[in-house]
Write a protein that binds this ligand. Structure first.
Ligand code: UDP
Ligand code: MN
Length: 520
């Protein structure tokens, strides 16, 4: 009976705070706001927004939602003096119906005194009225960018204007559920270094049905800095006696979270050199953990979000380029020696990150090793055990690693192959890494930075150095940056036994460019 009763109560078709807003919401001319940009029969309903616009518009902006929290959440009480928040929502060409529903659900399901303001940042959408007309709603303000900035700079702009003690970031196609804000503010009030996210429920992009997400998930990633939801391990689940307890997470999904405003500013906001979308959640997550804070998902807070399969908007520099640019900045500033694994997974060029590196020094943040050990020990660190190794052979000779007495740097040479095919001499055995380097000990085949620039040398391995990448191409070894081929050139003394290693234009018939290698 008790359960039946609480389920009954949980359907909030008459929201409890509604009265405070009733008049004001009703004065808003919702019909004309929506009608001006409504989906028209005959048009592909997915065309503009990559979700079903027709269903979206048929879904009332103030529909009742099932309370998706664990029933025990309903018995919790929150302090009377929670800090009010500025809610920052950035958008670029959002559907009016989803944008309005985001705001209406907030107004309907949040105690009035806890909303300092709702700041919409219109990231140069085609129609300025998408945003402007909404300022007729209580607490809603509108900032409009005069060029496309992307969500990162737009959020910073919103945050700079915010005056609430706490910042709440939301996507523009959310729908908040009952009591969503209270547990989030409570966690931040208790400890302002906590950065907290709700459980993100799923608004089905085809039907707009509101579906409960699992509360046993946390954020994770792989070395290419690709975000994924991760099931808590059996052990982690066993340690959680109380299902209302927050879940520590290595990374947040990034769209929806609450952070103390002065802590956000102290920590360096966001990296505003990042464009459009993507990667900023890694940067802020590493920064929060490594610089003295923590990240958690609060299961008693539920917010729905329309998950899509693709972005409906244009990336001026291309989707992949933007993601690489943003994640590379994260890897360079925060991942220390582990950025190597990132470059293995995503070989790419560099950007200027000096300002953010200074920030990291100034905040005296911990190392990425600390982060991996303490926050994300589950992330598997790649090793060389699954890379290819063996000799690199030309006729009877093999590439070798020579150390000369009194010299610190080893020398790359070519000498008679020693040992057997199965067990070659150690100094003639090379590892071909995931990052396409040819390596022995800490040294990799690289190019001289001085004259003669075509000489191939052994230099300390640096995965972000494009000059160290090689690839087998037929029977040749191609140097990827130059598209030249590894070549053995007669040394000045003219002796067959002392050949120099260089790169030269690939020449299919040249035997000096032909190599047998242990990899393909
Ligand atoms: N957004 C923005 N400017 C952009 C790209 C995105 O303001 O250039 C907004 C977008 O409207 C949304 C939020 O940023 O409110 C997150 O984008 P999206 O929902 O596409 O990301 P996803 O949820 O798919 O990760
Ligand atoms: Mn989104």
């Amino acid at each position: 009976l008790v359960i039946l009763f609480s389920q009954e109560k949980s359907v909030d078709n008459k929201p409890w705070y509604r009265d405070a807003w009733d008049d004001l919401l009703d004065q808003f001319e919702e019909k004309s706001y929506l009608n001006a940009r409504r989906w028209k029969p005959g048009l592909d309903p997915y065309k503009l927004h990559a979700f079903n616009q027709r269903e979206c518009e048929r879904t009332p902006s103030n529909r009742a939602l099932r309370d998706t929290r664990h029933y025990r959440c309903t018995t919790l009480h929150y302090g009377p003096d929670l800090p009010p928040t500025s809610i920052v929502i950035t958008f670029h060409n959002e559907a009016r119906a989803t944008l309005l529903r985001t705001i209406r659900s907030i107004l309907n399901r949040t105690p009035v005194h806890l909303i300092h303001e709702i700041i919409l940042v219109d990231d140069f959408s085609d129609d300025p009225n998408d945003c402007l007309l909404l300022t007729k709603l209580p607490k809603v303000k509108c900032l409009r960018n005069d060029r496309r900035e992307g969500l990162i700079r737009s959020r910073v702009r919103g945050a700079d204007m915010a005056r609430g003690e706490v910042l709440t970031f939301l996507d523009s196609h959310c729908e908040v559920n009952k009591d969503w804000l209270l547990p989030l503010l409570q966690r931040v009030k208790e400890d302002r270094t906590r950065v907290v996210s709700p459980v993100i429920d799923i608004i089905n992009m085809d039907t707009f049905a509101y579906v409960a997400a699992s509360a046993d998930l946390r954020g994770g990633f792989d070395w290419s800095l690709h975000f994924k939801w991760e099931q808590l391990s059996a052990e982690q689940r066993a340690r959680r006696a109380d299902p209302t307890e927050p879940i520590k997470t290595p990374i947040i999904a990034g769209g929806l979270f609450v952070i103390d405003r002065s802590w956000f500013n102290h920590l360096g906001k966001y990296d505003t050199a990042m464009d459009i979308w993507g990667g900023e959640n890694f940067e802020i997550s590493f920064r929060v953990w490594m610089c003295g804070g923590s990240l958690e998902i609060v299961p008693c807070s539920r917010v729905g979000h329309v998950f899509r399969k693709k972005h409906p908007y244009v990336f001026p520099d291309g989707n992949a380029n933007t993601y690489i640019k943003n994640t590379r900045r994260t890897a360079e500033v925060w991942m220390d020696e582990f950025k190597l694994f990132y470059y293995w997974a995503r070989p790419a060029a560099r950007g200027n990150v000096r300002g953010r590196e200074e920030l990291r020094r100034r905040l005296k943040c911990k190392s990425f090793k600390w982060y991996l050990d303490h926050v994300y020990p589950e992330l598997k660190i790649p090793d060389d055990s699954d890379s290819k190794s063996g000799v690199i052979r030309q006729r009877q000779n093999c590439l070798e690693y020579q150390t000369l007495e009194g010299q610190e740097m080893p020398v790359l040479g070519l000498g008679p192959c020693m040992g057997t095919k199965e067990v070659p001499a150690l100094y003639q055995e090379w590892i071909y890494t995931h990052g396409q380097q040819i390596r022995q000990k800490q040294h990799c085949l690289s190019l001289s930075t001085m004259f003669p620039a075509s000489q191939v040398l052994l230099l300390p391995c640096n995965a972000s150095d494009g000059k160290q990448r090689w690839q087998k191409s037929g029977s040749h070894l191609e140097h990827l940056a130059s598209h030249f081929c590894l070549d053995s050139e007669m040394a000045l003394d003219g002796l067959e036994s002392s050949r120099m290693l260089v790169i030269s234009p690939c020449e299919p018939s040249a035997y000096t460019q032909r190599w047998e290698v242990p990899f393909s």
